[in-house]
Design a protein around this ligand. Structure first.
Ligand code: FRU
Length: 484
């Protein structure tokens, strides 16, 4: 079935029960569902949205096209959690059903105000000539999960921006609410604009100016900007589409990058003493990462393990996309660390010494120790011939390389089948999370991260040490409390 524009933007109510049932049945046949990651109940999942804490619970929405593995008419689907590890869908949705979001509820953020959770998002609207009008709009969710949209445009398209203007993130800095929005200027260069809530009224936004973060102005669009604070230090996470690889090399179709500042100067819309640009994740997938400061001050982040404009093997089973685990962001010696929240350890169902295994359930965590100056290679999701996801730890030459060229069904090969990052020759710890079709690799508890998808064949479920002597622990992981 071809994904024509008509089919992508068909109104939700025009899909029949039979069509929806067919999608469900196809999805049920997929061998690539995950067990302890968030995946869509129906169709495609893309960006994490509205990640927040509300009424004593953690909230995150996934952006969704429920009618297959395509980017069509988007909505938001809410999940809640009490530990940031086990998530349950609640049924709360933002549907694209008003004149201000008729062609999609695009990305945005959330913040509790009184008894409500305020959702700040982009209403994607196309007029009769298919011209796009991006509106930054809002909705309120009450404690019973009732959603009410705010019937006005909160931030309109600026005159100096194209129709690429979206993904508002609300944040609190020293008691004042601000928002940043990603955009493209009339010279087709990406920018991030800072707004201030007048009298802290989330329906009244005043422009402060373009955020000064030492923008190299090579990207044509900044998607999904997020400003979070680790102590006093602002960390800006964003997706500079079209970034010149001479500024910083990357392999994925679109990168997810970050910069750290010494402090934030909101009056002048400035990140002070801003760092170089860094790649947030060295793997094949991690995009549209959303971060926020929890009420206890922690900076928490979750990424979409998927990329725009890429087709996935799971598409033929009518599903696409998962989230990463929820990661806490910290800074050590000036470097950003990202590591799953402590509650992830609750998934550990059994513990054994790390060694070769001809069969696993492909849902496990490895905690490995590598000696200084050592060289080793392990393969995961391996068949009997050793065809697998390979991870090579070369601490002599200071490089870790992940190769997925033998790991199941191939896709996106034009962007390469290996990814590398540099490491020191010092003793190194590695935590690897495998969940059927997802891997997340954390080096030195989050100093460097590789995330990605793999679509293993049915017989790819072994673990082998190909060379060297990595030691450590194998934990089988069980999600346990999942109810839907
Ligand atoms: C990033 C993105 C956002 C946009 C949303 C639309 O993946 O393109 O910029 O709001 O997806 O689905």
């Amino acid at each position: 079935m071809e994904w024509t524009t008509e089919r992508r933007y068909r109104r939700y109510e025009d899909w029949t029960q039979e069509e929806r049932k067919e999608i469900q049945e196809k999805m049920a046949q997929s061998p690539w569902h995950v067990s302890y990651h968030i995946e869509p109940k129906e169709g495609l999942l893309n960006d994490p949205n509205g990640f927040s804490y509300f009424d004593g619970k953690w909230i995150v929405f996934y952006q969704n096209f429920p009618f297959g593995a395509a980017h069509g008419l988007k909505s938001w689907v809410q999940l809640e959690s009490d530990d940031l590890v086990h998530f349950t869908e609640t049924g709360v949705k933002i549907l694209p059903d008003t004149p201000l979001d008729s062609h999609g509820a695009y990305s945005g953020s959330a913040m509790q105000f009184g008894d409500n959770l305020f959702l700040f998002y982009t209403g994607n609207v196309r007029d009769e000539n298919w011209i796009r009008h991006p509106y930054q709009i809002g909705a309120l969710v009450d404690k019973d999960g009732k959603i009410e949209k705010i019937d006005k445009i909160l931030i309109d398209q600026p005159t100096d921006a194209t129709d690429h203007f979206r993904d508002p993130q609300i944040f609190n800095f020293k008691g004042q609410y601000y928002a940043i929005v990603g955009g493209q200027d009339l010279e087709k260069k990406g920018f991030i604009r800072l707004y201030k809530a007048v009298d802290n009224d989330y329906t009244n936004w005043q422009e402060v100016g373009n955020l000064d973060f030492n923008n190299d102005r090579t990207a044509y669009m900044m998607e999904c900007p997020n400003l979070v604070f680790v102590g006093e230090q602002p960390v800006l996470l964003y997706c500079p589409q079209g970034l010149d690889k001479k500024v910083l090399d990357y392999d994925n179709i679109y990168p997810n990058m970050y910069k750290i500042g010494a402090s934030f100067d909101p009056e002048n819309a400035r990140m002070v003493d801003v760092s170089e640009l860094h790649n947030l994740d060295y793997g094949f997938e991690a995009y549209a990462t959303q971060a926020f400061n929890a009420p206890d001050g922690r900076a928490l982040a979750v990424s979409w393990l998927g990329l725009p404009d890429v087709s996935y093997p799971s598409d033929r089973f009518d599903h696409q996309g998962t989230f990463s685990l929820v990661k806490e962001l910290t800074i050590k010696d000036g470097k950003l660390y990202q590591y799953p929240v402590a509650a992830i350890k609750e998934l550990r169902a059994s513990k054994e010494e790390f060694s070769n295994r001809s069969e696993t359930k492909n849902t496990y965590e490895l905690e490995l120790n590598l000696e200084a100056n050592s060289q080793s290679e392990i393969v995961l999701l391996a068949d009997k011939d050793g065809k697998a996801l390979s991870i090579n730890f070369d601490l002599v030459n200071g490089q870790v390389t992940v190769d997925r060229s033998q790991a199941g069904e191939q896709y996106a090969q034009e962007f390469g089948t290996t990814r590398s990052c540099s490491v020191t020759n010092q003793a190194t710890t590695v935590n690897i999370f495998i969940d059927n079709s997802v891997f997340e690799i954390f080096i030195n508890k989050g100093e460097k991260v590789f995330s990605g998808r793999v679509f293993p064949h049915a017989d790819q479920n072994g673990i082998f040490i190909k060379s060297g002597n990595p030691t450590g622990t194998y934990y089988e992981l069980e999600y346990g409390r999942k109810t839907n």
